[in-house]
Design a binder for this molecule. Sequence first.
Ligand code: 5AD
Ligand code: SF4
Length: 470
Amino acid sequence: MNKSDVIATLAQREYVNKSLDLLNKKENETGKRLTASVITFGCQMNARDSEKLAGILVASGFELLEDTEDADFVLYNTCTVRDNANQKLYGHLGEALSRKKKNPAMMVGICGCLPQEPSALEKIKKSYSFVDLIFGTHNLYAFPEYLSRLLSGERHICEIVDHADNIVEDLPVIRKYPFKSGVNIMFGCNNFCTYCIVPHVRGRERSRESRDILEEIVKLAGSGVKEVMLLGQNVNSYGNGIDGEISFPELLKRVCDIEGIERVRFMTSHPKDLSEELIQTIRSEEKICRHLHLPLQSGSTRVLKEMNRRYTKEQYLDLALRIRDEIQGIALTTDIMVGFPGETEADVDDTIDVIRKVKYDNAFTFIYSKRMGTPAAAREDQVPEDLVKTSFDRVLGCVQDTAKEQSMRWQGLTLPALVEEVNTSLGGYVTGRLSNNMIVHFPGDASLIGSIIPVVLEECRGFYYMGYTK
Ligand code: 5AD
Ligand code: SF4
């Protein structure tokens, strides 16, 4: 951390203490501790940010509630990657308004990606003026300050900054799972795919120093974490812009060397610059999970070029098949988008061709969503809805076929599973995750949570397994 970051962190500690005093006073007056909850939308990055937001809430003296919007302070950590994420938030805000009418003391906050987008911010201010606090992705570290202002009675706080120069370390964190954790290794994105709003709302790419990352993981391991997921929009460019910083494969190796860490995952690796060194590192480091998420987006070289993805259909295929060849038992998953401006049936045929050849173990398929301010949104050749719908169904059908076929290949094997939770719909069962990211349900109880145990994969049921321990 540099000096200005340390000063920023110390200043936030003062605010935490101020909130603590204010909340203690309130509790003495009313006999009740104020409650708070964080509702998370979107990706793993947001999930990790929410753990920091929860940590700050608890450090500031709130009682944290989970999975409820019935709290004295509800904070929505938002996503705006597709329009349906925005619509989902607006639905929740409608409900928040009715709650607030019944309980006028209730406070509502919005943070994350959505308010970083100017037109969405305007909409919130105009149509949801009851929201008490709005801040964005670049000033999450200042949440303690905003909280203390809120608790002092200030309303309509709106603090958006359009870029971040620094990375503030050491924010308090409340982890959702005691045995696994996301770890940010970088923030932002420099790739500017022409459909994507992420670089606009998350800013330019910034890597954390490897020393800080490794220190954090050593601490996590010390507190019982066995699995870490290294997070970045494109982990392959880790370290760019920091003089003398190590490469991503080297970082992976050092993480694997940390005692207590038994599994390492990462997300996301852009196909344009996935190196041979990374393939060899995954191959040789047993702790690195046998799962790679390799976003395709489209199988058509022309569309890929217009998306600014910087690889061709052939280059992608070569890479994916090489990975399957070199790393035994690896599961490949992907993101696919349908309906990018100008996409024809022949382009979709190319996408389907790639799906058939790579045989993804799983794929997320999305309908292209116009994002204000991105180059693709300005194009006049937006694809008609009925063509998008047929293309989407074609792609989805193909993805489901290959995923089912791929899932079957583990049948009968005994593989280690990290037990994540008690199965709530199947009495006497727990749910574990395999290194390849597949889910297996098997008999067990809460005492197994957090342990890694060999499970016989007895029966494949589509996208998950039923199993047993010997
Ligand atoms: N429309 C639809 N899907 C999108 N994604 C990113 N931007 C858009 C958009 N405008 C998808 C991509 C990306 C995933 C995280 O979200 O497939 O890989
Ligand atoms: Fe968006 Fe492309 Fe960056 Fe992914 S790599 S976040 S799709 S701009």
